[in-house]
Design a protein around this ligand. Structure first.
Ligand SMILES: Nc1nc2c(ncn2[C@@H]2O[C@H](COP(=O)(O)OP(=O)(O)OP(=O)(O)O)[C@@H](O)[C@H]2O)c(=O)[nH]1
Ligand SMILES: [Mg+2]
Length: 117
């Protein structure tokens, strides 16, 4: 699987570099999203989006993959907010509040923010 990822990554980087070569005199024409993809590929950084119908076990699957019960999983209430997990040295949690502010919360409080409750 890792070999396949490296193969796809190398292929995509090659394609992006070919596009850059083709339009090297007019770099302004390169879509910013393309450059972002290139940076993410080089940094080995990508988003894996998990979505599906209500109550199909998404949180249970993710908790199982990361080996820690972080995301709330239960019969009710349903999750109603996009939740992003990323690697950190220690477990911490913050919520984005309307208006752009961030607020640190305890992991036990997560279900108060991401579910219909
Ligand atoms: N029988 C069975 N129950 C499961 C399985 N996976 C999860 N559940 C249960 O199904 C319920 C919903 O699981 P969640 O992981 O919260 O599902 P979800 O897709 O994240 O739910 P929402 O984000 O609220 O839509 C919980 O009570 C889980 O314990 C499974 O493989 N089999
Ligand atoms: Mg959920």
């Amino acid at each position: 699987m890792l070999e396949e990822f490296i193969r796809h990554k190398t292929e995509m980087l090659g394609t992006i570099e070919n596009i850059e070569l083709l339009i090297k005199d007019d770099m302004g024409a390169v879509d910013n999203r393309l450059l972002m993809v290139k940076e993410q590929l080089i940094a080995n950084c990508f988003n894996l989006v998990i979505l599906g119908q209500f109550k199909r076990g998404k949180a249970t699957l993710i908790n199982s993959l990361i080996g820690k019960k972080i995301l709330p999983s239960s019969v009710v209430p349903p999750t109603s907010v996009v939740t992003i997990l990323k690697y950190g040295e220690e477990v911490s949690c913050s919520v984005s509040i309307e208006g752009g502010n961030e607020k640190k919360i305890r992991i036990e409080e997560l279900s108060d923010y991401v579910t219909e409750k």
